[in-house]
Design a protein around this ligand. Sequence first.
Ligand SMILES: Cc1cc2nc3c(=O)[nH]c(=O)nc-3n(C[C@H](O)[C@H](O)[C@H](O)COP(=O)(O)O)c2cc1C
Ligand SMILES: CCCCCCC(=O)C(=O)O
Length: 378
Amino acid sequence: MTSNQNPFTQSIEATDNFPYGFAELEAAAKEKLPTPFFGYIQSGASGEETLRNNEAAFEKYALVPRFLNDVSNLDTSIELLGKTYDHPFLLAPVGMLKMADEEAELAVAKAAANYHVPFIQSTVSTYSIEEIEAAAKNSPKWFQLYWSRDEKVSYSMVNRAEKAGYDAIVLTVDTFILGFREEDKRNQFSPLKKGFGKANYETDEAFLQSLSEHTDEAVIQKIVDHLYHPHLSWNHIAELKKRTSLPILLKGILHPEDALLAIENGIDGIIVSNHGGRQLDGVIASLDALPAVAKAVSGKLPVLLDSGIRRGTDIVKALALGADAVLFGRPFVYGLALEGQRGVEKVLANLIQETNVSLTLAGATDIASAKRMKVTRI
Ligand SMILES: Cc1cc2nc3c(=O)[nH]c(=O)nc-3n(C[C@H](O)[C@H](O)[C@H](O)COP(=O)(O)O)c2cc1C
Ligand SMILES: CCCCCCC(=O)C(=O)O
């Protein structure tokens, strides 16, 4: 994508009253959403040390720009797993989006399609794989898999995603049990128990066969049972690979040794992530984990990052520290809560504009040059 717009004009083009910065966005979503819904989305696990550190990590790194480098033509496109995308970011998988808006993933997938940004659908989404494909036909979509205790259900969902034309499988490895989430305990709230994440299960033959009763309660209880999978190991990865021709990425890698094992096990990409500080608290911030992981991988597979991306300058820092692309979650969920599909589009438009301005001011002409940019630890 080439950016020919003149930011001197853009900077005084007030769009409307839609919030710009993340803090404003979060505050507006807090006003709008019921307390337990907002609490579920915003909070982290335990004492929220990691939630805070994810954002703080970006402030410990400073960009060192280059000038006089003819940056009049910016190309922000990336190539990932054989496909080309317009921007160096994707929408992270976020489950149970009906908490934010009735249209939930349908609205997000349509917004993402309009900007040619890949949408990663969560296993526990409010609408099914097939409903989302029908709403945003032929747009870039990946499927995030929560391994199921009944592995027939995992394989069945992966096959459905493949049949529906999804481009990749993202297996989340850090949520085999749920983190200790104090805010949800305080609010006595579980969106799963409300039924917001059951669409992919209710429409799955293998899941339906595992049910002995078909009441709403029995369905939800069975989903809870299937989601519990602490036995997940590299052996399952080998089996999963046999069942699909789609590329497989692992989401939740933080240790360089696990990144090396991913290569050994034939994985196609990794996502350096601590789940937005929602799983194990006190873990390394994703950005702090990135340089060692990128060094270990040394270009053998794509390295993506999420957790704490809030603005364009964060994206540039992540690229400079070794990421090939990034994902973000809460910012688009707040956009969804505020104005549905339009709100997600506004978040995307602002992020694209800020990323493009930041890349250009830092002296980059494309993503490869952003990845060579100097960053210093302060
Ligand atoms: C409300 C909420 C629900 C989430 N649901 C999922 C999910 O279903 N699957 C998954 O792999 N990650 C899930 N995540 C984690 C995100 O994919 C991502 O790792 C995280 O949001 C990144 O941090 P950020 O919100 O700071 O950008 C969820 C995050 C939030 C905030
Ligand atoms: C309560 C249901 C568990 C699904 C996990 C969704 C998720 O990844 C997150 O909330 O984070």
